[in-house]
Design a protein around this ligand. Structure first.
Ligand SMILES: Cc1cc2nc3c(=O)[nH]c(=O)nc-3n(C[C@H](O)[C@H](O)[C@H](O)COP(=O)(O)O)c2cc1C
Length: 188
């Protein structure tokens, strides 16, 4: 039995530290988690006029979420909030009215920034949005990662033992959270 986890990187940057963090998370994750990326970089801006005729990229986004048994958000903080690209993706996924892709979906939130705040404020904003979208969020542990480039290897392997433990515990708890939610709210 494996759990299909779709992950969303909140950054469109080619050298995103949050993408590096995601690589690290995949390296330390329990074996029964299977990961695939949910793209958000190709989406047009959400427009309610298109609710009756979704563009293919937005339909693909909703299908990717539907194909996932859980969604993990790995995102920067922008201006003490979430990046516009991520907000745009969530808007598409949450609509049309009555077809909210996040309804009952097990979800987790984590992020990295160069500064000590470690995306804490952005994560709280995202939690509020996901709460409104009725996602079943893991509330603990929280993980606010201050990014140190020296702590990661070429492919995201974690070189710092303390960070390795934090990320390993986070992914183990996320796995257990997903398993618990899917027990009562199964997704095929
Ligand atoms: C528009 C913008 C707003 C930002 N606002 C914040 C912020 O509120 N808090 C913070 O810690 N870092 C902020 N930063 C710095 C980001 O944490 C930093 O650029 C980080 O590398 C972004 O993550 P990424 O590498 O995954 O794209 C901001 C960066 C940009 C471009």
């Amino acid at each position: 039995m494996t759990y299909k986890v779709g992950y969303i990187i909140g950054s469109l940057s080619s050298d995103s530290i949050n993408r590096t963090l995601m690589q690290a998370l995949m390296q330390v994750a329990p074996d029964d988690l299977e990961f695939s990326e949910i793209r958000i970089d190709n989406l047009p801006l959400y427009n309610r006029d298109l609710d009756s005729d979704y563009p293919p990229e937005a339909t693909a986004l909703k299908e990717s979420i539907a194909d996932s048994q859980a969604v993990l958000f790995v995102t920067p903080e922008y201006n003490r909030s979430i990046p516009g690209a991520l907000a745009n993706a969530i808007d598409w996924a949450s609509r049309p009215y009555g077809k909210n892709s996040f309804d009952h979906v097990p979800a987790g939130v984590i992020g990295a920034s160069p500064g000590g705040i470690g995306t804490a404020v952005g994560q709280q904003t995202l939690r509020g949005i996901l709460s409104y979208c009725n996602a079943r969020q893991m509330t603990a542990p929280e993980a606010y990662i201050q990014f140190d480039p020296d702590a990661y290897g070429e492919n995201g392997e974690v070189k710092d033992p303390e960070l390795q433990k934090i990320l390993t515990d986070f992914m183990q708890e996320f796995r257990d959270h997903v398993a618990r939610v899917l027990t009562v709210l199964p997704r095929d």
